[in-house]
Design a protein around this ligand. Structure first.
Ligand code: NAD
Length: 320
């Protein structure tokens, strides 16, 4: 393994995660089709370049992401204790179910698809769509039993509205929730996660920030059809991407580097489906490590995105 990617501690877990994390939702073909061979090659390249963290969910590609990631990890053959896998529960193709019964069954299904005996991090997926009181009183206690049974090592919660995290963390015993995963809130166009970081640190909770490319908004090819951003936000991001391209710059690289700069965030989970994307994202991190950062283009892009800064989209059922 060429360890070109910095490792960062994840809260109080004792885990050290590569600062570039491998988001495996694309392996569920949610951003276009991906063959098993492409997936295996991307995972192999990730290991070669020092990535040790892989995130998936039964929801991604209706279980396809877990199956393909499991197949790829097995094919690559790195010893299980040398990488960290996170999967989720409560969100499925069929809908949401955070009941103790469903999440307890869910881990066994995920372990089978991933072809492993345990996952390192098991997260309640997009909890704003469920009842947060159920998460506190029923789901997390069920996950603690899975921890005791050795099927999972750490417990996490994920979702879009930032208020969900303090709602849950303020109501569970300290040390019960080890990790939070936030997405689309720490990137060039939205930095609202920043305000929550001191609170999370005070609770000893590890921070994973996902979607540095804002689920495709900050890419040259643009977001997928299903992207929930407003037309205004989509248009501003495309203007910024076109501006970078004209200048001979890559907006995705700029976006990765922006997110990676905050060392209070343990890992930036970027969705990847090819060897090339792995190489580009790791190279972005390596350049940063050498102090190479394009401050001028970043300032120009921030100016283009000024009118849509911190604009997000609604996530149903939850409001604080
Ligand atoms: P992202 O912002 O990482 O964007 C992914 C898209 O960008 C994909 O189309 C990918 O192919 C493309 N891409 C990757 N690197 C690129 C590059 N260098 N240049 C151009 N395009 C590039 O969004 P995401 O995949 O949704 O998020 C990352 C991961 O975080 C997910 O795969 C998932 O594991 C996790 N996540 C979790 C939650 C949750 O738990 N609620 C939500 C969002 C994301």
């Amino acid at each position: 393994m060429e360890n070109s990617v910095e490792l960062r501690s994840l809260g109080n877990t004792g885990l050290k995660l590569s600062c570039v994390g491998f988001g495996a939702s694309p392996l569920g073909s949610v951003f276009g089709p991906v063959s098993d061979d492409e997936a295996i090659a991307a995972v192999r390249e990730a290991f070669r370049l020092g990535i040790n963290f892989f995130d998936t969910s039964p929801y991604y590609g209706a279980t396809l992401s877990e199956k393909v990631l499991g197949k790829a990890l097995k094919a690559v053959g790195v010893p299980r204790n040398q990488y960290i896998v996170s999967t989720k529960c409560g969100r499925y193709k069929e809908g949401f179910d955070f009941s103790a019964k469903r999440v307890t069954k869910s881990i066994d299904e995920s372990l089978e698809r991933l072809q492993m005996d345990y996952v390192d991090i098991f997260q309640c997926h997009d909890i704003e769509f469920g009842s947060l009181d159920q998460i506190v009183n029923e789901t997390i206690p069920a996950l603690q039993k899975l921890k005791e049974a050795g099927k999972i090592r750490f417990i996490g919660i994920t979702g879009l509205p930032l208020g969900i995290f303090s709602y849950v963390l303020d109501r569970v015993p300290p040390g019960t929730v080890d990790v939070i995963l936030s997405y689309c809130h720490y990137g060039i166009n939205d930095t609202t996660l920043e305000d929550l970081l001191p609170y999370l640190k005070s609770k000893g909770v590890g921070v994973i920030s996902a979607s540095p490319l804002a689920m495709g908004l900050l890419t040259e090819s643009g977001p997928p059809e299903w992207h929930p951003a407003s037309p205004e936000l989509k248009a501003a991001c495309q203007t910024a991407a076109a501006f970078c391209k004209k200048k001979g710059k890559d907006i995705s690289k700029l976006a990765m580097q922006y997110s990676l700069c905050n060392k209070h965030i343990s890992t930036i989970l970027v969705g990847m489906k090819s060897v090339e994307q792995v190489q580009i994202n790791v190279a972005a991190a390596a350049e940063l490590g050498k102090g190479d950062k394009d401050e001028q283009t970043l300032a120009e892009v921030e100016e283009i995105l000024k009118s849509v800064k911190n604009q997000t989209w609604p996530s149903v059922r939850f409001s604080v």
